[in-house]
Write a protein that binds this ligand. Structure first.
Ligand SMILES: C[S@@+](CC[C@H](N)C(=O)[O-])C[C@H]1O[C@@H](n2cnc3c(N)ncnc32)[C@H](O)[C@@H]1O
Length: 235
């Protein structure tokens, strides 16, 4: 069941479409997103699911944005990483980062990449912008090799349901949100199972001391789950 964010919205910021919003946010994106949101969960799953990022010939980073995940993958030993994203301004910054072997503009649900070409696929902090999860899981399954893994990390639906959207400050300093949808955990499980994945591991990140040190105003959210991560295996 896909729900739009609108009925949960407690902030009422003007809302932009994904490509327009990220096009505007791109120059300041990396200064505002906290690695605690997703990289901490990537690290945790890597350890628990014994993921050797250097093992596959190729890794693909769906919704790669400015390349934070690509750079992390390279630091963790990935040999060749390709990236796909909808927003040209984000891709320009990813290109400058030099972490990707190939980048293309496109939809995570219809990448046009070769089938069976990747040992691991990642997608971080993007599912809330995608109305229908089914094409994303189906596409990940299509481009992964047999027993390939799909690591999907997201902004927790609990936060969206508390009324806090993905947002940024535009060039005039006005808070602006980006079109979002709420996917329950069961929505992910249904889409993943339909695509032929089985769940290997899942973890969640909560607002803890490290978060509050970085964002003191988030004391009000202490112990609330703020992000989640799945490790799916193509079966
Ligand atoms: C919050 S950013 C995350 C970027 C990067 N994964 C990271 O963790 O820093 C969300 C990204 O998702 C991209 N995006 C949203 N919907 C998409 C879709 N359907 N297909 C491809 N990219 C998409 C946006 O363009 C944006 O670059």
């Amino acid at each position: 069941m896909t729900m739009t964010f609108t009925p949960f919205d407690k902030r009422g910021y003007p809302t932009r479409a994904v490509d327009a919003g990220y096009g505007e946010w791109a120059p300041t994106y990396e200064a505002t997103v906290l690695d605690l949101m997703d990289l901490r969960l990537f690290e945790r799953l890597s350890e628990r699911a014994s993921i050797d990022w250097g093992a596959p010939d190729r890794v693909v980073d769906l919704a790669c944005g400015t390349g934070r995940i690509g750079a992390w993958l390279k630091r963790r030993g990935a040999r060749a990483v390709d990236g796909v994203d909808l927003t040209p301004e984000m891709l320009t910054l990813a290109e400058e980062k030099g972490a990707y072997d190939a980048l293309r503009q496109g939809d995570a649900g219809a990448t046009g990449l070769d089938g069976g070409a990747y040992g691991v696929a990642t997608m971080s902090l993007a599912d809330e912008h995608i109305a229908d999860l089914a094409p994303v899981y189906a596409e990940a399954a299509r481009i992964l090799s047999v027993s390939g893994r799909f690591i999907l990390v997201g902004f927790h639906p609990h936060f969206l349901m508390m009324g806090v959207p993905t947002h940024y400050e535009n060039a005039k300093g006005e808070p602006t949100s980006i079109e979002s949808y709420i996917h329950l955990t069961s929505d992910h499980v249904a889409a993943a199972h339909a695509a032929g994945f089985r769940l290997e591991d899942m973890t969640e990140g909560v607002v803890d001391d490290a978060w509050i040190a970085a964002k003191p105003k988030w004391e009000q959210y202490r112990n609330h789950p703020v992000s989640f991560a799945f490790a799916w295996t193509k079966s």
